[in-house]
Design a protein around this ligand. Structure first.
Ligand code: GAP
Length: 518
């Protein structure tokens, strides 16, 4: 675990050093839980967004896009339930004066016990070697069984407390399991209180009677209030979906783990409108589709898992998360929710406008049910980087051991697809290199680099995850061939210049990944 925390620290430093992510307003000592994306970060982020958008909107003829305003009528948030129910349970440690989310403290405790089980399993694996039967060990080992039982008990108390909104019981779990503040190390806790997460501001001048409005905490409501506009203007028939990418804002009290939990972040959400009664079927459909989307990136199927919600949000009748194995454990990257007709019915009631759909096949009006897929761009970004970051021991100069830091990013997401490197800065090599860039730049993000030794240049490209380095040498001038170096294997091939486009397109073309998710 300590080692993993170490990896995470290095990843955060790497993001800054190589222009992926910077702290917001850093020259003023930063603003907590707000981040800026640098020159490579913005490319990676845009590639993630394009992968999502194309998989939703291009691959589904019944899914269309939308770009709604961040500012919305304040009643939207009353109708959606966010004014009354978008809260986090908070608890303060009286000694350190630090504030925590009570639910997160308990989740961390469960994770710690899970970690103990994993440790036992790893130890036993080493002891028994090939003869080790993991399933049997987990079912029979007394230490593992005791920890499993402990998790079960905490889990059921925790789920009940959340569902009953029982803040005293949440505190009692923290007391009973002697959860200590990581800063002060004491168990001197306040009561648990609810805290609303929406940011508010004012619109209009005070003289006109300014109105309090909210920065949207989710993009979804922009879709709900536009669903009939899109349905009518696009002559959409149920089932159909509306996809949107945009910023959302939450006054997270416990903002931590870098870009995992931010106060300003970006969401990619899709609301899929279905006939009442068909919601479970479509919920399963989108669960499967979304998992396929993640796995198609080739970052290892074991890195993902579903996690069904213990406490359903105020709008949902079923919900699951897709979790990714981050350096700090399996964490939510995406939520898939069956939101019933809660939002549309509520907007219908608050606005006084009919939001029903006329179903020509059933010859009847009704308020559709909704399945939502909701993924954070920033969390996806973090999961991709965490999965890609590697420190490899390699043989360096004079046979000495060296460490190579490489981002094994899925090539479709890599910010730079190829670097073109003249071996030396003379003899016409830079000119040939530039002409290759000028041909390939229309299709791929290329980088030209002539500074430093070739070895150093390879390392720089490895560190930003560039899948291909093309080296131009004196032979290139004679026979129009170049070497292509593959980031992951560091192997090199000699190929003709005219073959480059095909070789690179094969691996970095979004089309190849999209074909896996249809
Ligand atoms: N419309 C449903 C909704 O907003 P959510 O589970 O609260 O559901 C969806 O959020 C996704 O948005 C999460 O799975 C996560 O990826 C991202 N997200 C939520 N809060 C975030 C935060 N404070 N910082 C970064 N990403 C966040």
């Amino acid at each position: 675990m300590a080692q993993q925390a170490d990896v995470f620290k290095k990843l955060v430093a790497h993001c800054k050093e190589y222009g992926f992510v910077f702290q917001s307003s850093e020259i003023y000592d930063g603003l907590a839980a707000a981040y800026d994306y640098g020159q490579y970060g913005v490319e990676l982020k845009n590639n993630i967004k394009k992968y999502w958008w194309d998989s939703m909107v291009l691959l589904h003829e019944n899914v269309v896009g939308l770009d709604s305003a961040i500012f919305m009528h304040p009643t939207v948030w009353k109708a959606s339930g966010h004014v009354d129910a978008f809260n986090d349970p908070l608890i303060d440690n009286k000694d350190s004066k630090k504030r925590y989310r009570a639910d997160v403290l308990i989740e961390d405790l469960i994770q710690k016990i899970e970690g103990k089980i994993e440790k036992e399993v790893t130890k036993a694996k080493k002891r028994f070697g090939d003869a080790f039967d993991e399933a049997q060990f987990k079912e029979t080992n007394p230490g593992v069984l005791a920890n499993k039982k402990k998790i079960e008990v905490i889990h059921s108390r925790f789920a009940k407390a959340l569902n009953d909104n029982d803040l005293e019981e949440l505190r009692q779990i923290i007391i009973d399991y002697e959860i200590a503040c990581p800063i002060s190390g004491t168990k001197n806790w306040t009561d648990v209180r609810q805290f609303n997460l929406m940011f508010s501001t004012e619109i209009g001048s005070t003289a006109d009677g300014a109105q309090t409005i909210y920065l949207r905490p989710e993009t979804a409501q922009g879709i709900f209030v536009n669903y009939l506009n899109v349905q009518k203007s696009g002559r959409m028939k149920l089932p159909f979906g509306i996809a949107q990418i945009g910023k959302a804002f939450r006054n997270e009290i416990v903002a931590r783990q870098f870009i995992f939990r931010m106060r300003e972040f970006e969401q990619m959400e899709m609301q899929f409108f279905v006939r009442p009664g068909e919601d479970q079927k479509w919920f399963e459909y989108w669960k499967e589709k979304r998992m396929l989307w993640h796995k198609a990136l080739g970052m290892g199927d074991d890195s993902y898992r579903f996690h069904d919600h213990d406490k359903l949000a105020h709008y949902a009748n079923a919900a699951t998360d897709i979790e990714f194995k981050m350096p700090f454990g399996f964490k939510e990257v995406e939520g898939i929710h069956s939101r019933t007709d809660f939002d549309l019915s509520s907007h219908q009631e608050y606005s006084g406008k009919k939001l029903q759909y006329f179903d020509p096949e059933l010859n009847k009006n009704y308020v559709p049910y909704v399945i939502e897929t909701s993924i954070g761009v920033d969390r996806m970004f973090l999961s991709v980087l965490a999965g890609a970051y590697n420190e490899e021991e390699i043989e360096g100069k004079d046979g000495k051991k060296d460490t190579r830091i490489v981002l094994n990013l899925p090539p479709v997401l890599a910010p730079v697809k190829l670097a073109v490197l003249p071996l030396v800065k003379k003899d016409g090599l830079p000119e040939l290199a530039r002409s290759i860039v000028n041909t390939l730049k229309f299709d791929f993000n290329c980088q030209y680099d002539e500074k430093d030794s070739i070895g150093k240049r390879y390392r720089r490209q490895d560190a930003i995850g560039t899948p291909y380095c093309i080296t131009i040498d004196h032979q290139s001038l004679e026979d129009n061939t170049v070497t292509i170096r593959y980031r992951d294997t560091m192997k090199q091939d000699r190929v003709k210049i005219e073959e480059l486009h095909g070789i690179i397109a094969d691996k970095v073309n979004l089309r190849e990944v999209l074909k896996k998710v249809v």
